[in-house]
Design a protein around this ligand. Structure first.
Ligand code: NAD
Ligand code: IPM
Ligand code: MN
Length: 347
């Protein structure tokens, strides 16, 4: 099996290196090929997603992705910004389904931004649509108004096929878990969301065994800190899912803990932490690599048919945490590679 390794920018290479060490320690038949992406690729090749990188991603069996984003590149025209690399990969590879699990670690309840007894119940899965919504809708751009004011505009849109395919995945996911699906939208205000809700309800007739509820996104943000344990599976659009998953990370304890899988219709996937390139701590050895290590576990489970190896990694992470391993974001002093060492030792 060929794994494309795209480390990217900032802490991306630091956390990807630790995930790679863990994968290499497993004694599986995996080959790794690295390619530049993001600001690093722009600086070396003039484009954040060079053709060679996209080609590698296309023919690899799975992709391990660090993070992209570089303050040096924030003034570039949008098409050349580092973030276009991850958006381009999602679009070009048809990675429409983003799974972002958030589960409490009993050892880490003290790191949660919530009271420990509230954080203890967290075990949810955010199923985020990843190739539509206001992220990709057109028209979008900048223009001048009639009175000469600068104006920026984007288009929020979904068609019914895009909604029903992610809704199905939400129902299927709920079916394998506790059987509860909460669809999050803003149907009280947005046409896009009303269509979303209508289609989710229509799709639900095929899943009578799943208990479906609907929630407006503002209420969902509130319920996520009030009683996160009440959620099982959340299905939502691209923008709302982006925001709610960062919020869920602090309910668990740190943004450095949450992994993700971005899957196409055939189950091929790109695996990355939900966090970004963290320019504020890049190069300092401070980043928590667990989100990326846990993303590697998701890769083994969802794309490589190695569920036992995935279990081993997840157990090793839990053992390291139970043994007191903590990076700075968790109130400790381990460096990125020392945290990697602790996971490897537990493995
Ligand atoms: P961020 O997730 O990079 O960082 C937010 C905060 O969390 C920072 O204080 C950072 O130090 C901390 N943090 C993030 N990951 C951490 C880790 N593993 N361990 C410890 N602390 C961690 O979000 P941001 O600052 O809004 O964005 C920075 C750049 O990353 C931007 O260019 C943004 O576009 C990009 N970004 C990329 C991705 C991606 O590649 N998928 C995701 C999110 C943001
Ligand atoms: C994420 C990131 C990306 C997103 C950005 C970098 C395009 O925030 O993966 O969560 O908004 O999807
Ligand atoms: Mn995000």
């Amino acid at each position: 099996m060929l794994i494309a390794v795209l480390p990217g920018d900032g802490i991306g290479p630091e956390v990807a290196a630790e995930a790679l060490r863990v994968l290499q320690a497993l004694d599986l038949d995996l080959t790794f090929e690295e390619a530049p992406v993001g600001g690093a690729a722009y600086k070396a090749h003039g484009h954040p997603l060079p053709p060679g990188t996209l080609d590698l991603a296309r023919h690899a069996d799975a992709i391990l992705f660090g993070a992209v984003g570089d303050p040096d590149c924030d003034a570039l025209e949008r098409a050349l910004r580092p973030e276009q690399a991850i958006l381009g990969l999602r679009r070009e590879l048809g990675l429409f389904a983003n799974l972002r699990p958030a589960k409490a670690f009993p050892e880490l309840l003290g790191a949660s931004a919530l009271k420990p007894e509230i954080a203890a119940g967290i075990d949810l899965m955010i199923v985020r649509e990843l190739t539509g919504d206001v992220y990709f809708g057109t028209p979008r751009g900048r223009r001048s108004t009639d009175v000469g004011l600068r104006e920026g505009y984007d288009t929020m849109r979904y068609d019914e096929a895009e909604v029903s395919r992610i809704a199905r995945l939400g129902f299927e996911t709920a079916r394998k878990r506790k059987g509860r699906l909460c669809s999050v939208d803003k149907a009280n205000v947005l046409e896009t969301s009303q269509l979303w809700r209508d289609v989710v309800i229509e799709t639900s007739t095929d899943y009578p065994d799943v208990a479906l509820t609907h929630m407006y996104v503002d209420n969902a943000a509130m319920q996520l800190v009030r009683d996160p344990g009440a959620f099982d599976v959340i299905v939502t659009g691209n923008l709302f899912g982006d925001i709610l998953s960062d919020q869920a990370s602090m309910c668990v304890g740190s943004i450095g803990l949450l992994p993700s899988a971005s899957l196409d219709a055939a189950g091929k996937g790109l695996y990355e932490p939900i966090h970004g390139s963290a320019p504020d701590i890049a190069g300092k050895g401070k980043a928590n690599p667990l989100a990326t290590i846990l993303s590697a576990a998701m890769m083994l489970r969802y794309s490589l048919g190695e569920p036992e190896a995935a279990d081993r990694i997840e157990k090793a992470v839990a053992t390291a945490l139970a043994g007191g391993a903590r990076t700075a974001d968790l109130g400790g002093s381990l460096s990125t590679s020392e945290m990697g060492d602790r996971v490897l030792a537990a493995l």
